[in-house]
Design a protein around this ligand. Sequence first.
Ligand SMILES: *Cc1c(COP(=O)(O)O)cnc(C)c1O
Length: 733
Amino acid sequence: MQENSSESVQNMLQAVSLQTEQSYRSDFFFNREIPENLQALDRISWNYFWSWQPAGAALFRDLEPSLWEKCEQNPRLFLKNISQLRLWQKSLDENYVERLNDFARLFDEYVAQSPQNFGAVTTENPAAYFCAEYGVHNSLPNYSGGLGILAGDHLKSASDLNVPLVAVGLLYRYGYFRQKIAHDGWQEERYLDVFDSELALKPALDENGERITVSVNIRGREVFAQGWLAEIGRIKLYLLDTNLPQNADVDRLITGHLYGGDAETRIVQEEVLGIGGVRFLRRLNYQPSVFHLNEGHSAFLTLELVRENLANNNESNFEQAVSVVREQCVFTTHTPVAAGNDEFSPEKLRECFDKDFLAALKISEQEFFALGRTKKDDEKQWFGMTPLALRMCRSANGVSEKHGEVSRDLWLKMFADKTSADEVPITHITNGVHAPTWIAPVFQNLFEKHIGANWAETVRDEKAWRAGVEKISDAEIWQAHLQLKNLLVSFIRQKTLSKETGLHETINEHEDTRQLFSPNVLTIGFARRLAAYKRWNLILSDLERLLRLVDDAERPVQFVFAGKAHPQDRSGKQLLQNLMSINNDSNWQNRAVFVEDYDQEVARYLVQGVDVWLNVPRRPLEASGTSGQKVAMNGGLNFSILDGWWIEGYNGDNGFSIGDLKEEGDEKEIDREDAESLYAVLENEIVPAYYAVDENGLQSEWIRRMKNALVTLTPQFSSDRMVLDYVRKIYNK
Ligand SMILES: *Cc1c(COP(=O)(O)O)cnc(C)c1O
């Protein structure tokens, strides 16, 4: 991490923040008169369970569809704003009231079930899950991308599987930025204050009904944090928040922005998350059997556990305490990319950490700094959160088989006694996604029809799942897919419609979108961050060849793009600008679109509606990737570099691969080869396969592949499988 480059951005963010700095809200309650027979709506809106139930989302949407979209699918905001007339109309709609009652019963039964014991993970001693971001649903805008979505899916599967687990994170008042593309194609960022909206968060209270606050000494001051409770089905997620009147202004902003700040902001955020998080759980009387550090951001929690241990055992020393703490902590690393592995300078750490805290650990400042180095005595090294986590945890894992291997290579340098990477104690659990969250309702209906109401549980059983999916006819699968594709086309037309587009139309805004995109054209989706290793430039590397595919009279291709560039990443923004403004004598402007502000809602339309999902990371930097897993569960075909999860998922017939497994060599040369492979596979395999129809006029060859993807990839990459793996192989020794 660079320490100085982002200061101006930080100043700007603070200026934005200070405008509303004074406002403080102690809760998200409001009074709303709701007709007696609709009152269950209020209860349902307080738990995110509704968000992964098609029937739950439909209950809100059908009350008043346009308002639901206007409120961005936020049920609390929606219930606050819906008109009294509309509520009374619906209260007289027997059909609606019956649906509501049915869903309320389902919800009550679901949350009433108590957790099961899984070995050492029990109701008394649950797993404690720590993460810096959570992507549960768009109405809780507390995530930036893959890591957050993964954490959200982890909690949902833990809930469905009835795993005793409690989760801790931070509530970012301004969340992550919202993206807008200006008329000239340049990305602009905007931050919204969640306290101006309504969130399904309740104040976290102690057994006497008092608001819990904890404090951590940071930068020479006690910083207070309060907690908010989000209910994710049966799982409790506590989010800490330093926006309290008793804190200094600058400390109130610690939980201001997600990944918006400089290194110092990161350190102090991570102190609140790790140290404050453990203190908070103790105030709630939690005695977790295992602490799961999901990414290194929360690794300071291990130091707080050491402090606790020493406070209780006066005789003990730091090493002895660590040997106890290590047995309780497990760590997941999520990326080999340097920007994802926080590193801090000793000077910054010294400013942010309390001397008494280190004294309580019975270590010197130098010994503290050494905990974050790959080699303890190399004083030139900065303090890395990944080395700290690797030292302090009994288990470490990457997020795919390949990423496990890459991580062992990367961190071999930490293990002086090991001579080869094979001996490095880092294993892997491959990421997965939450099937009910990501599978479109039309496919859920098909699964329900052919497999049963418990289809989501059948996903956990590969054989039964295969037997079930094979009962679905080709025509039904194609029909469902076409419906989703039509939905995507309408979504795109609506999203890119703009009254005023400036001098030129760009692929993110058009004055008339009625001819834009077509459900009959092979549709390729590409949505991801503008990070360099994601190699957006590969697609455009031979524009002429790309446009030939787009312009083909008989068998054209169309592209939908989405993704955010980091606010400070000028080259990413430039790349976006180039992409926006390609405008030559071709159909590009009608067959390529960019959907602004990639988030969970945009992702849902895209992963459910595309034919093909493209991914071209620089090997081996895609630790896992999960968006392609969502696509496969909706019958879409992946078209990807063999990296991350796709190495495990690809079987030759359930999608397409780009390039080979080669890693060594000149980057430019590899890029050239991968681009060649990308175009060639598109031209020679994907386009012909997609447009081939059988004697019944059905694209049966393509549908066979779709079915293969549904059958093979859904169980293997569901977050139920992932959470069970964690519980059995990691949480239990
Ligand atoms: C699933 C998802 C991601 C993660 O996708 P990758 O495959 O890692 O690119 C990122 N952002 C959103 C909004 C998602 O839904």
